[in-house]
Write a protein that binds this ligand. Structure first.
Ligand SMILES: Nc1ncnc2c1ncn2[C@@H]1O[C@H](COP(=O)(O)OP(=O)(O)OP(=O)(O)O)[C@@H](O)[C@H]1O
Ligand SMILES: [Mg+2]
Length: 615
């Protein structure tokens, strides 16, 4: 059996003809040496529900800064480090120096896994809370998914910045601290590998993550010992593009490879476990480099592999329950959760099996065999690619035929990015696919139908994002010249809702960042003393303002006595990490600032509990 490009373990095969681009090099021995793995285990911090790991520099021993022989990784001598905190898997990588024009090669760093002797280059973003022992992160937690799903926190990335806490077996855990524990594991793996203190890194994030999610990730990064700078965050599809372009300016073009000798319009779609994320960019030659100019980013599209698995699990369960005469609703809660989770795990295996390329050219199919799943009843099914594609079709619906209010699908992301860039599918010269779901033929086929031609897989689609983070960090450190990274842009228009239900745009989608905007006289101040004005802050492009997403409420406390006709101005600043700051001041006297607080509106539904359903 030939393993598909970027399969989850070992060295990933490149798609035919993919001679350049940053295929992340997975070390020949993915396992850390026994000593390194042990050191990683010794340094690991605990997490007991109230006590978070982290602290600015805990765990770092000395500051050797990777300057030792063979360890100079960028122009400044500091290592270029990238982190991809994923919904299903998290990675850390560094820029290994190589001879020639490429300069560095993004290389995965093995991460110690609880309960395993060997480290692996992907740390499953899963935390298992045993009744008596310390939290287990990674593979050991994955093993518990089918046994104790109520004690496993999954989809942490989707909880972060949206839910302050998650409930596990009767205790509430701070989601930022949990994310910090995962990030700290990655940082320490980098320290073990690179032999020095690691504080600087670029962290990737879905392009459409809002201010709260970004802030929470940065808080988690700081708690994990990372230094947070003005360009710490990088949009995931932009990272994947950087990985694809790496080395292309410097290397002669191989047959079948895209030609960047003139300007090209590129769309990148990253479909991971939890999100679909797209960018449209212009790539043009600029001397010995390729310059990337971002045109548009997609809106928040929370659709990924988990949704495919949930849908297929439902189909499998419905069929089985009908045949077995089982109503899962009558099962005790624990049994029902276990049943649902096993179905989900089965669905994930089905997805991988139908995505595999058979050596003999035969059509791959998944054989499901779960004997005595319920009493005397077995679940035995054969699911081929066509049947799988039919089952997941609702998640791959063509956005051109969809009504507002329909559940989101993967293709909403590229469609939204195209709309914002003002281009049609036919205008795009190159469609690139990244993320684990790029390996699923049904996803590739749906993208091909939207664009009228087959998309191209980035080399090593599961690791392209972290590779791009390394390249961005190297560029920020001044160490690379064959690619000029894109400047950040706003993904969505951000503004305030006005009294009549209208929308006042402060920062438009596509605005180059950092941006600062002053909107004069935006609001009338109600007469009186010490009044309080509450303004909804929203984002979105929908012509109907009531369909914009509520980001937060801006609470403005007016300090003194307002005169009849006094008006407030608003100042909005969006930095390159896309953190938003808003403040108000009195129009007639700009020196009088009005205290402003951006309050996160708690999502409805309270604190989620495991097994994690965050929607
Ligand atoms: N070989 C494979 N065949 C099919 N699907 C796969 C394969 N490998 C991974 N996947 C799927 O890809 C998804 C994970 O992709 P990826 O690692 O890019 O996501 P992530 O980065 O963790 O999530 P996100 O980017 O949404 O935060 C999972 O749904 C997984 O089941
Ligand atoms: Mg991802």
């Amino acid at each position: 059996m030939r393993r598909p490009a970027g399969a989850s373990s070992g060295r990933a095969a490149l798609p035919a003809g993919a001679g350049t681009g940053a295929a992340l090099r997975v070390p020949r021995r993915a396992a850390a040496t026994g000593r390194a793995a042990q050191a990683g285990r010794r340094r690991r911090g605990g997490l007991d529900g109230r006590r978070a790991t982290g602290g600015a520099s805990r765990g770092a021993r000395g500051d050797r800064r990777g300057r030792r022989g063979g360890r100079t990784m960028s122009g400044s001598g500091a290592p270029a480090v990238g982190v991809d905190f994923g919904t299903t898997g998290s990675l850390v990588a560094w820029g290994r120096p190589v001879a020639g024009a490429r300069g560095i090669e993004p290389t995965a760093i093995p991460v110690p896994q609880d309960g395993r002797d060997a480290a692996a280059d992907v740390l499953p973003t899963l935390l298992f809370f045993p009744a008596t022992r310390k939290v287990l992160i990674g593979e050991a937690a994955r093993e518990q998914l089918g046994l104790r799903p109520d004690r496993v926190v999954r989809r942490l990335k989707q909880l972060l910045g949206r839910f302050p806490r998650v409930g596990v077996a009767g205790r509430a855990y701070d989601t930022t601290k949990l994310a910090a524990a995962v990030l700290q594991r990655l940082r320490r793996a980098a320290e073990t590998r690179l032999g020095g203190r690691i504080r600087e890194a670029v962290l990737t994030v879905p392009a459409s993550f809002d201010v709260h999610r970004r802030r929470a990730l940065l808080d988690a990064a700081a708690a994990a010992g990372f230094a947070v700078g003005p360009r710490t965050l990088l949009d995931e599809p932009v990272a994947a593009l950087a990985a694809f372009l790496h080395g292309r300016a410097a290397t002669p073009r191989a047959a079948g490879e895209p030609d960047f000798s003139a300007e090209r319009l590129v769309l990148v779609l990253d479909v991971g476990g939890g999100t679909s994320d797209a960018c449209v960019a212009r790539v043009r030659p600029d001397g010995a480099t390729l310059a990337v100019e971002l045109r548009a980013l997609s809106r928040f599209t929370p659709v990924g592999g988990d949704d495919f698995d949930a849908l297929v699990a439902r189909r499998l369960a419905e069929g089985f329950c009908a045949r077995a005469g089982l109503d899962p609703a009558v099962l005790p809660r624990g049994d029902r959760l276990l049943f649902e989770h096993r179905m989900r795990l089965t669905a994930e295996r089905v997805k991988r099996d139908v995505s595999r390329n058979a050596d003999d050219g035969s059509e791959p199919a998944a054989e499901v065999r779960q004997l005595f799943l319920h009493g005397e009843h077995h679940l035995v099914e054969r699911i081929d690619r066509a049947r799988y594609a039919e089952w997941v079709a609702p998640l791959l619906a063509d956005p051109r035929g969809r009504a507002a209010g329909d559940a989101p699908g993967v293709l909403d992301a590229p469609w939204d990015a195209l709309g914002k860039a003002g281009v049609a599918p036919a205008d795009v010269d190159l469609v690139l696919l990244a993320g684990g779901m790029a390996l699923v033929p049904a996803v590739r086929d749906a993208v091909a139908r939207l664009f009228g031609r087959a998309p191209r897989l980035v080399p090593d689609p599961l690791r392209a994002v972290v590779a791009g983070a390394v390249l961005q960090h190297a560029a920020l450190l001044g160490g690379r010249a064959d690619l000029r990274p894109a400047g950040a842009i706003a993904a969505e228009s951000i503004g305030v809702r006005t009294a009549g239900g209208g929308f006042r745009r402060l920062i438009g989608a596509g605005t180059p960042l950092p941006a600062r905007v002053v909107e004069r006289g935006a609001f009338a101040v109600p007469p009186g003393r010490g009044c309080y004005v509450r303004i909804p802050v929203v984002e979105g492009e929908d012509p109907r303002p009531d369909r914009h997403r509520l980001l937060a409420t801006l609470a403005l406390r007016f300090p003194g006595r307002a005169a009849e006709g006094d008006r407030l101005s608003l100042e909005a600043a969006l930095d390159e990490n896309k953190l938003l700051e808003l403040r108000g001041f009195l129009d007639r006297d700009p020196a009088v600032f009005v205290a402003a607080r951006l309050r996160l509106d708690e999502p409805a539904g309270g604190t989620p509990t495991t097994p994690g359903e965050d929607r």
